[in-house]
Design a protein around this ligand. Structure first.
Ligand code: AR6
Length: 175
C-alpha cells in the first residue's frame, strides 16, 4: 500500500463530476436536498436520489448514510450532516470529526476505494475553514493509518482559501 501522503489528493472544482467510487454530500438532517453542494449533487443525480433518500428517514448530525449515485458518474453517494457552527463550544469540532469517521467507515464497509469530500460545514453551516480543513485531514489520516482498502481520498474545494487551508493542514499533519 502507498504511503498516506500518496493516498490523499486535493482537487479544485465541482465534486459532482468526479469519477470516483463515492462522493460525499454535505447534507442536512432531512437528507431531502438543499443548497450548496447538496443542491448540486441532487441536481446532477436526478430525482431518483431524492426518492432513495426519502426511504432513509433522515440522518443525525455527525453521522452518515449511503445511497446509489443515480445519474452521477460516482456509483455511491455518502450523505453526512455537518454541525452548524455556533462559536465552537457546542461540540462542533467533535461532530465534524465524526462526519469524516462515519463517512470513511461506510466507504470501507462498501468496498469503496476512491472517495471525494467537499469541505463539510464550510459553507452555509459557517464552520471556520482553516479549522474544518485541519479536522478533515486529521481524521482522514488517522483512518488511513488503520485501513488499507481505501486507495484515494480527494478533498475538493471551490475557492482558493479552502484549497490553501487543505494544503496547510496536510503539511502540518504529515510533517
Ligand atoms: N463541488 C465542490 N464543493 C462545493 C460545491 C461543488 N459543486 N458546491 C459548494 N461547494 P455547503 P455546509 C463547497 O454550504 O456548510 C445545504 O443547503 C462550498 O464552497 O454546501 O455543510 C445543505 O442542504 C463549501 O466550501 O455545505 C445543508 O442545509 C462546501 O462545499 C447545508 O447547506 C460546503 O458548503 C450544509 O451546509
Amino acid at each position: 500500500m502507498k504511503e498516506i501522503k500518496d493516498r490523499i489528493e486535493l482537487h479544485k472544482g465541482d465534486i459532482t463530476v468526479l469519477e470516483v467510487d463515492a462522493i460525499v454530500n454535505a447534507a442536512n438532517t432531512s437528507l431531502l436536498g438543499g443548497g450548496g453542494v447538496d443542491g448540486a449533487i441532487h441536481h446532477m443525480a436526478g430525482p431518483g436520489l431524492k426518492e432513495e433518500c426519502r426511504t432513509l428517514r433522515g440522518c443525525a448530525v455527525g453521522e452518515a448514510k449511503i445511497t446509489g449515485g443515480h445519474n452521477l458518474a460516482a456509483p455511491f453517494v455518502i450523505h453526512t450532516v455537518g454541525p452548524v457552527f455556533h462559536g465552537g463550544n457546542q461540540g462542533e469540532p467533535d461532530l465534524l470529526a465524526s462526519c469524516y469517521q462515519h463517512s470513511l467507515a461506510l466507504a470501507e464497509q462498501n468496498n469503496i476505494r476512491t472517495i471525494a469530500f467537499p469541505a463539510i460545514s464550510c459553507g452555509a453551516y459557517g464552520f471556520p475553514i482553516e479549522e474544518a480543513c485541519y479536522i478533515a485531514v486529521q481524521e482522514t489520516v488517522k483512518f488511513l493509518q488503520t485501513n488499507d482498502s481505501i486507495e484515494r481520498v480527494i478533498f475538493t474545494s471551490f475557492d482558493d482559501r479552502t484549497q490553501t487551508a487543505y494544503e496547510n493542514a496536510l503539511v502540518e499533519i504529515l510533517k
